[in-house]
Design a protein around this ligand. Structure first.
Ligand SMILES: NC(=O)c1ccc[n+]([C@@H]2O[C@H](COP(=O)([O-])OP(=O)(O)OC[C@H]3O[C@@H](n4cnc5c(N)ncnc54)[C@H](OP(=O)(O)O)[C@@H]3O)[C@@H](O)[C@H]2O)c1
Length: 349
Protein backbone atom coordinates (compact mmCIF):
# COMPACT_ATOMS: atom_id res chain seq x y z
CA UNK A 1 0.00 0.00 0.00
CA UNK A 2 1.28 3.53 -0.80
CA UNK A 3 0.92 6.02 2.00
CA UNK A 4 -2.64 5.12 3.02
CA UNK A 5 -5.39 7.68 2.96
CA UNK A 6 -7.62 7.60 6.02
CA UNK A 7 -11.07 8.91 6.82
CA UNK A 8 -11.81 9.47 10.53
CA UNK A 9 -15.43 9.50 11.73
CA UNK A 10 -15.70 11.01 15.22
CA UNK A 11 -13.55 13.81 16.57
CA UNK A 12 -14.20 13.63 20.30
CA UNK A 13 -11.64 12.69 22.94
CA UNK A 14 -10.22 9.77 20.96
CA UNK A 15 -10.43 11.47 17.56
CA UNK A 16 -8.53 14.52 18.79
CA UNK A 17 -5.90 12.33 20.51
CA UNK A 18 -5.58 10.48 17.22
CA UNK A 19 -4.83 13.71 15.35
CA UNK A 20 -2.16 14.55 17.94
CA UNK A 21 -0.56 11.10 17.78
CA UNK A 22 -0.53 11.10 13.99
CA UNK A 23 1.66 14.18 14.23
CA UNK A 24 3.84 12.91 17.11
CA UNK A 25 4.42 9.34 15.95
CA UNK A 26 6.94 8.75 13.20
CA UNK A 27 4.97 5.78 11.89
CA UNK A 28 2.73 4.59 10.42
CA UNK A 29 2.73 7.10 7.60
CA UNK A 30 -0.74 8.12 6.47
CA UNK A 31 -2.64 10.99 4.97
CA UNK A 32 -5.87 12.17 6.55
CA UNK A 33 -8.20 12.63 3.57
CA UNK A 34 -11.47 13.09 5.44
CA UNK A 35 -12.87 13.88 8.87
CA UNK A 36 -16.40 13.74 10.21
CA UNK A 37 -18.24 14.90 13.31
CA UNK A 38 -21.95 15.17 14.04
CA UNK A 39 -22.27 18.19 11.71
CA UNK A 40 -20.82 16.61 8.55
CA UNK A 41 -17.46 15.96 6.89
CA UNK A 42 -14.39 17.86 5.76
CA UNK A 43 -12.39 16.34 2.94
CA UNK A 44 -9.08 17.09 1.28
CA UNK A 45 -7.89 15.73 -2.09
CA UNK A 46 -4.20 15.92 -1.12
CA UNK A 47 -4.69 15.11 2.55
CA UNK A 48 -4.76 17.65 5.38
CA UNK A 49 -1.48 19.19 6.50
CA UNK A 50 -0.40 18.90 10.15
CA UNK A 51 -1.22 22.59 10.57
CA UNK A 52 -4.74 22.02 9.28
CA UNK A 53 -5.20 19.01 11.57
CA UNK A 54 -3.94 21.11 14.51
CA UNK A 55 -6.57 23.72 13.69
CA UNK A 56 -9.29 21.08 13.54
CA UNK A 57 -8.18 19.52 16.87
CA UNK A 58 -8.01 22.91 18.59
CA UNK A 59 -11.43 23.91 17.29
CA UNK A 60 -13.01 20.59 18.30
CA UNK A 61 -11.46 20.88 21.78
CA UNK A 62 -13.44 24.10 22.25
CA UNK A 63 -16.67 22.46 21.12
CA UNK A 64 -16.82 23.89 17.60
CA UNK A 65 -18.24 21.82 14.77
CA UNK A 66 -16.65 21.02 11.42
CA UNK A 67 -19.48 22.91 9.71
CA UNK A 68 -18.09 26.09 11.29
CA UNK A 69 -14.51 25.49 10.11
CA UNK A 70 -14.56 25.25 6.40
CA UNK A 71 -12.62 28.42 5.51
CA UNK A 72 -9.21 27.52 4.12
CA UNK A 73 -9.35 23.87 5.07
CA UNK A 74 -8.83 21.22 2.39
CA UNK A 75 -11.43 20.55 -0.26
CA UNK A 76 -14.37 21.65 1.76
CA UNK A 77 -17.28 20.74 3.91
CA UNK A 78 -19.97 18.21 3.02
CA UNK A 79 -23.13 18.23 5.13
CA UNK A 80 -23.80 14.60 4.19
CA UNK A 81 -20.74 12.67 5.38
CA UNK A 82 -21.47 9.32 3.68
CA UNK A 83 -20.96 10.39 0.05
CA UNK A 84 -17.93 12.35 1.28
CA UNK A 85 -16.30 9.06 2.22
CA UNK A 86 -16.24 7.81 -1.37
CA UNK A 87 -15.19 11.27 -2.52
CA UNK A 88 -12.15 11.25 -0.23
CA UNK A 89 -11.00 7.81 -1.57
CA UNK A 90 -9.84 6.32 1.75
CA UNK A 91 -7.80 3.15 2.11
CA UNK A 92 -8.87 2.99 5.75
CA UNK A 93 -11.96 4.13 7.59
CA UNK A 94 -11.26 4.83 11.26
CA UNK A 95 -14.52 4.70 13.23
CA UNK A 96 -14.47 6.79 16.44
CA UNK A 97 -18.08 7.92 16.76
CA UNK A 98 -20.20 7.12 19.84
CA UNK A 99 -20.84 3.49 20.77
CA UNK A 100 -24.48 2.57 20.20
CA UNK A 101 -25.35 -0.96 21.30
CA UNK A 102 -28.81 -0.89 19.76
CA UNK A 103 -27.64 -1.69 16.24
CA UNK A 104 -24.42 0.30 15.89
CA UNK A 105 -25.83 3.78 15.22
CA UNK A 106 -23.99 6.10 12.84
CA UNK A 107 -20.90 3.87 13.01
CA UNK A 108 -22.63 1.20 10.90
CA UNK A 109 -23.30 3.69 8.11
CA UNK A 110 -19.70 4.89 8.16
CA UNK A 111 -18.35 1.35 8.12
CA UNK A 112 -20.50 0.29 5.17
CA UNK A 113 -19.75 3.47 3.24
CA UNK A 114 -16.06 2.81 3.91
CA UNK A 115 -16.33 -0.74 2.56
CA UNK A 116 -18.23 0.49 -0.51
CA UNK A 117 -15.38 2.95 -1.14
CA UNK A 118 -12.85 0.08 -0.94
CA UNK A 119 -11.50 0.87 2.53
CA UNK A 120 -10.41 -1.45 5.33
CA UNK A 121 -12.01 -0.72 8.71
CA UNK A 122 -10.63 0.16 12.13
CA UNK A 123 -13.07 0.51 15.02
CA UNK A 124 -12.68 2.03 18.46
CA UNK A 125 -16.47 2.22 18.72
CA UNK A 126 -17.94 -1.08 19.93
CA UNK A 127 -21.58 -0.82 18.84
CA UNK A 128 -21.41 -2.37 15.38
CA UNK A 129 -19.26 -5.29 16.52
CA UNK A 130 -21.20 -6.03 19.69
CA UNK A 131 -24.67 -5.73 18.18
CA UNK A 132 -24.16 -6.84 14.57
CA UNK A 133 -21.10 -9.06 14.46
CA UNK A 134 -22.43 -11.32 11.75
CA UNK A 135 -23.59 -8.42 9.57
CA UNK A 136 -20.31 -6.52 9.70
CA UNK A 137 -18.02 -9.52 9.32
CA UNK A 138 -20.05 -10.69 6.32
CA UNK A 139 -19.97 -7.21 4.79
CA UNK A 140 -16.17 -7.08 5.24
CA UNK A 141 -15.79 -10.54 3.71
CA UNK A 142 -18.02 -9.74 0.74
CA UNK A 143 -16.12 -6.52 0.10
CA UNK A 144 -12.81 -8.41 0.25
CA UNK A 145 -11.55 -5.97 2.89
CA UNK A 146 -10.05 -6.36 6.37
CA UNK A 147 -10.96 -4.96 9.77
CA UNK A 148 -9.30 -4.53 13.15
CA UNK A 149 -10.67 -3.26 16.44
CA UNK A 150 -7.96 -3.53 19.08
CA UNK A 151 -9.17 -0.41 20.91
CA UNK A 152 -12.61 -1.85 21.58
CA UNK A 153 -11.38 -4.11 24.42
CA UNK A 154 -8.82 -2.94 26.96
CA UNK A 155 -8.09 0.46 25.38
CA UNK A 156 -4.34 0.68 24.91
CA UNK A 157 -3.65 -2.95 25.87
CA UNK A 158 -3.43 -5.49 23.03
CA UNK A 159 -6.00 -7.73 24.73
CA UNK A 160 -7.49 -9.13 21.54
CA UNK A 161 -4.12 -9.79 19.93
CA UNK A 162 -2.79 -11.46 23.08
CA UNK A 163 -5.94 -13.57 23.47
CA UNK A 164 -5.90 -14.63 19.84
CA UNK A 165 -2.21 -15.58 19.96
CA UNK A 166 -2.58 -17.44 23.29
CA UNK A 167 -5.54 -19.40 21.92
CA UNK A 168 -3.65 -20.91 18.98
CA UNK A 169 -3.80 -24.70 19.51
CA UNK A 170 -4.53 -23.92 23.18
CA UNK A 171 -8.24 -23.29 23.69
CA UNK A 172 -9.13 -20.63 26.21
CA UNK A 173 -11.74 -22.11 28.52
CA UNK A 174 -12.52 -19.04 30.59
CA UNK A 175 -11.68 -15.37 30.92
CA UNK A 176 -12.00 -13.13 33.97
CA UNK A 177 -11.63 -9.41 33.48
CA UNK A 178 -12.06 -5.90 34.74
CA UNK A 179 -12.91 -4.12 31.51
CA UNK A 180 -14.45 -0.89 32.72
CA UNK A 181 -12.02 1.65 34.14
CA UNK A 182 -14.85 3.89 35.38
CA UNK A 183 -16.11 1.11 37.68
CA UNK A 184 -12.62 0.48 39.01
CA UNK A 185 -12.20 4.21 39.63
CA UNK A 186 -15.52 4.50 41.50
CA UNK A 187 -14.98 1.43 43.66
CA UNK A 188 -11.43 2.59 44.47
CA UNK A 189 -12.93 5.86 45.77
CA UNK A 190 -15.46 3.89 47.80
CA UNK A 191 -12.54 2.09 49.46
CA UNK A 192 -11.43 5.49 50.82
CA UNK A 193 -14.78 5.97 52.62
CA UNK A 194 -17.26 7.28 50.03
CA UNK A 195 -20.67 5.86 49.17
CA UNK A 196 -21.53 5.08 45.53
CA UNK A 197 -23.38 8.35 44.77
CA UNK A 198 -20.54 10.57 46.01
CA UNK A 199 -17.89 8.43 44.32
CA UNK A 200 -19.84 8.66 41.05
CA UNK A 201 -20.04 12.47 41.35
CA UNK A 202 -16.30 12.64 42.05
CA UNK A 203 -15.61 10.41 39.03
CA UNK A 204 -17.78 12.65 36.84
CA UNK A 205 -15.97 15.75 38.13
CA UNK A 206 -12.62 14.13 37.31
CA UNK A 207 -13.77 13.29 33.75
CA UNK A 208 -13.70 9.56 34.59
CA UNK A 209 -17.45 9.00 34.20
CA UNK A 210 -20.02 10.22 31.68
CA UNK A 211 -22.91 12.49 32.65
CA UNK A 212 -25.08 9.43 31.96
CA UNK A 213 -23.10 6.68 33.72
CA UNK A 214 -25.44 3.81 32.85
CA UNK A 215 -23.25 2.26 30.15
CA UNK A 216 -20.38 1.99 32.61
CA UNK A 217 -21.90 1.31 36.03
CA UNK A 218 -24.74 -0.91 34.80
CA UNK A 219 -22.35 -3.12 32.88
CA UNK A 220 -23.34 -2.44 29.26
CA UNK A 221 -19.86 -1.29 28.24
CA UNK A 222 -18.22 -4.32 29.88
CA UNK A 223 -20.82 -6.63 28.34
CA UNK A 224 -20.06 -5.29 24.85
CA UNK A 225 -16.36 -5.89 25.46
CA UNK A 226 -16.97 -9.44 26.77
CA UNK A 227 -19.02 -10.20 23.68
CA UNK A 228 -16.20 -9.05 21.36
CA UNK A 229 -13.53 -10.81 23.45
CA UNK A 230 -15.47 -14.05 23.47
CA UNK A 231 -15.67 -14.06 19.67
CA UNK A 232 -12.00 -13.30 19.12
CA UNK A 233 -10.27 -15.27 21.88
CA UNK A 234 -12.69 -18.17 22.37
CA UNK A 235 -14.44 -18.37 19.01
CA UNK A 236 -17.78 -18.27 20.84
CA UNK A 237 -20.62 -16.02 19.77
CA UNK A 238 -22.05 -14.29 22.81
CA UNK A 239 -25.05 -11.97 22.58
CA UNK A 240 -24.61 -8.82 24.69
CA UNK A 241 -28.19 -9.16 25.89
CA UNK A 242 -27.53 -12.71 27.13
CA UNK A 243 -24.80 -11.52 29.50
CA UNK A 244 -25.90 -11.30 33.13
CA UNK A 245 -25.09 -7.78 34.35
CA UNK A 246 -24.73 -6.78 37.99
CA UNK A 247 -24.73 -3.03 38.54
CA UNK A 248 -22.08 -1.25 40.59
CA UNK A 249 -24.95 0.87 41.97
CA UNK A 250 -25.71 -2.11 44.20
CA UNK A 251 -22.32 -1.95 45.93
CA UNK A 252 -22.48 -0.47 49.42
CA UNK A 253 -19.52 1.38 50.87
CA UNK A 254 -19.72 -0.92 53.85
CA UNK A 255 -19.34 -4.06 51.67
CA UNK A 256 -16.47 -2.50 49.72
CA UNK A 257 -14.60 -1.59 52.92
CA UNK A 258 -15.31 -4.83 54.71
CA UNK A 259 -13.73 -6.71 51.74
CA UNK A 260 -10.73 -4.42 52.02
CA UNK A 261 -10.33 -5.16 55.74
CA UNK A 262 -10.41 -8.88 54.94
CA UNK A 263 -7.49 -8.53 52.50
CA UNK A 264 -9.80 -8.61 49.46
CA UNK A 265 -11.23 -6.17 46.91
CA UNK A 266 -14.85 -5.93 45.76
CA UNK A 267 -14.77 -5.56 41.97
CA UNK A 268 -17.19 -5.78 39.03
CA UNK A 269 -15.65 -8.85 37.43
CA UNK A 270 -16.62 -9.98 33.95
CA UNK A 271 -16.41 -13.71 33.40
CA UNK A 272 -16.78 -15.78 30.24
CA UNK A 273 -16.88 -19.53 30.56
CA UNK A 274 -16.90 -22.07 27.78
CA UNK A 275 -19.87 -24.42 28.16
CA UNK A 276 -20.88 -27.46 26.10
CA UNK A 277 -23.01 -26.17 23.24
CA UNK A 278 -26.02 -28.13 24.48
CA UNK A 279 -25.92 -26.42 27.88
CA UNK A 280 -25.96 -22.91 26.47
CA UNK A 281 -27.06 -21.49 23.17
CA UNK A 282 -23.69 -19.96 22.35
CA UNK A 283 -21.08 -22.36 23.67
CA UNK A 284 -20.18 -19.71 26.23
CA UNK A 285 -21.93 -17.96 29.07
CA UNK A 286 -20.91 -14.70 30.63
CA UNK A 287 -21.67 -12.46 33.56
CA UNK A 288 -20.55 -9.28 35.22
CA UNK A 289 -20.85 -9.70 38.97
CA UNK A 290 -19.71 -7.83 42.02
CA UNK A 291 -17.35 -10.29 43.64
CA UNK A 292 -14.56 -10.23 46.20
CA UNK A 293 -11.16 -10.95 44.67
CA UNK A 294 -7.98 -11.65 46.59
CA UNK A 295 -5.87 -8.50 47.05
CA UNK A 296 -2.91 -10.31 45.40
CA UNK A 297 -4.96 -11.30 42.34
CA UNK A 298 -4.38 -9.66 38.96
CA UNK A 299 -8.00 -8.52 39.22
CA UNK A 300 -7.39 -6.39 42.35
CA UNK A 301 -6.82 -3.25 40.30
CA UNK A 302 -7.18 0.32 41.54
CA UNK A 303 -7.34 3.74 39.89
CA UNK A 304 -8.78 3.12 36.46
CA UNK A 305 -6.70 0.11 35.47
CA UNK A 306 -8.07 -2.85 33.55
CA UNK A 307 -7.05 -6.49 33.88
CA UNK A 308 -7.74 -9.61 31.85
CA UNK A 309 -6.87 -13.18 32.88
CA UNK A 310 -7.11 -15.84 30.16
CA UNK A 311 -7.30 -19.43 31.48
CA UNK A 312 -6.17 -21.84 28.81
CA UNK A 313 -6.48 -25.60 28.49
CA UNK A 314 -2.78 -26.45 28.09
CA UNK A 315 -0.71 -23.40 29.00
CA UNK A 316 -2.16 -22.14 32.28
CA UNK A 317 -3.12 -18.54 32.81
CA UNK A 318 -2.06 -15.36 31.09
CA UNK A 319 -2.75 -12.02 32.80
CA UNK A 320 -2.65 -8.58 31.25
CA UNK A 321 -2.80 -5.43 33.34
CA UNK A 322 -2.76 -1.89 32.05
CA UNK A 323 -4.53 1.28 31.12
CA UNK A 324 -7.80 0.11 29.70
CA UNK A 325 -9.05 3.44 28.42
CA UNK A 326 -8.14 7.06 28.01
CA UNK A 327 -8.09 9.01 24.76
CA UNK A 328 -4.36 8.75 24.18
CA UNK A 329 -4.16 5.05 25.01
CA UNK A 330 -7.17 4.31 22.83
CA UNK A 331 -5.75 6.37 19.96
CA UNK A 332 -2.48 4.44 20.36
CA UNK A 333 -4.41 1.19 19.86
CA UNK A 334 -6.01 2.64 16.72
CA UNK A 335 -2.57 3.61 15.46
CA UNK A 336 -1.37 0.05 16.16
CA UNK A 337 -4.22 -1.30 14.02
CA UNK A 338 -3.30 1.18 11.32
CA UNK A 339 0.33 0.04 11.40
CA UNK A 340 -0.68 -3.64 11.28
CA UNK A 341 -3.09 -3.19 8.37
CA UNK A 342 -0.66 -0.93 6.50
CA UNK A 343 2.00 -3.62 6.83
CA UNK A 344 -0.43 -6.13 5.30
CA UNK A 345 -0.68 -8.17 8.48
CA UNK A 346 -3.46 -10.14 10.05
CA UNK A 347 -6.88 -8.79 10.83
CA UNK A 348 -9.00 -10.56 13.47
CA UNK A 349 -11.44 -12.06 11.03
N1 LIG B 1 -12.61 7.49 25.47
C1 LIG B 1 -12.04 6.30 25.63
O1 LIG B 1 -11.15 6.12 26.48
C2 LIG B 1 -12.47 5.14 24.77
C3 LIG B 1 -11.83 3.88 24.93
C4 LIG B 1 -12.18 2.82 24.07
C5 LIG B 1 -13.17 3.01 23.12
N2 LIG B 1 -13.79 4.24 23.03
C6 LIG B 1 -14.82 4.40 22.00
O2 LIG B 1 -14.34 5.32 21.04
C7 LIG B 1 -15.41 6.10 20.53
C8 LIG B 1 -15.07 7.58 20.70
O3 LIG B 1 -14.92 7.86 22.08
P1 LIG B 1 -14.74 9.36 22.57
O4 LIG B 1 -14.41 9.29 24.01
O5 LIG B 1 -13.86 10.09 21.64
O6 LIG B 1 -16.24 9.91 22.41
P2 LIG B 1 -16.73 11.43 22.40
O7 LIG B 1 -15.73 12.29 23.07
O8 LIG B 1 -18.13 11.42 22.89
O9 LIG B 1 -16.73 11.84 20.85
C9 LIG B 1 -17.63 11.33 19.93
C10 LIG B 1 -17.41 12.02 18.62
O10 LIG B 1 -18.29 11.43 17.67
C11 LIG B 1 -18.93 12.47 16.98
N3 LIG B 1 -20.20 12.07 16.44
C12 LIG B 1 -21.42 11.97 17.05
N4 LIG B 1 -22.34 11.59 16.16
C13 LIG B 1 -21.69 11.49 14.97
C14 LIG B 1 -22.09 11.18 13.66
N5 LIG B 1 -23.35 10.86 13.38
N6 LIG B 1 -21.16 11.20 12.69
C15 LIG B 1 -19.86 11.49 12.96
N7 LIG B 1 -19.43 11.80 14.16
C16 LIG B 1 -20.33 11.79 15.16
C17 LIG B 1 -19.08 13.62 17.95
O11 LIG B 1 -19.29 14.78 17.18
P3 LIG B 1 -19.37 16.27 17.81
O12 LIG B 1 -17.93 16.59 18.14
O13 LIG B 1 -19.91 17.07 16.70
O14 LIG B 1 -20.26 16.15 19.01
C18 LIG B 1 -17.72 13.53 18.64
O15 LIG B 1 -16.76 14.21 17.87
C19 LIG B 1 -16.67 5.67 21.30
O16 LIG B 1 -17.38 4.75 20.54
C20 LIG B 1 -16.11 5.00 22.54
O17 LIG B 1 -16.97 4.00 23.05
C21 LIG B 1 -13.46 5.29 23.81
Amino acid sequence: MDTPRIFISGLGHVGRAMLTLLKEASSPACRVAGLADSSGALISAEGFTHEELDRVAAAKATGRRLSALEGGLGGGFRADPLPAIAESRPDLLVELSPTDLSGGGAAGGYARAGLAAGADLIFASKGVLASDWHGITEAVRRAGRRMRFSATVGGGMPVLDAGLAFAQANPIDSIEALLNGTCVYIVSLMETGMEFDDALKAAQAAGMAEADPAADVDGWDAAAKLSILSRVAMGCPLDVNAIERGSLRKASGQAVRSALRAGKRLRAVGRIERVPAAAGPDGARASIRLVEVDARSALARSGSENAVVFSSRYAGDLALIGKGAGPRETAAAVLRDLAILSAGNTPYS
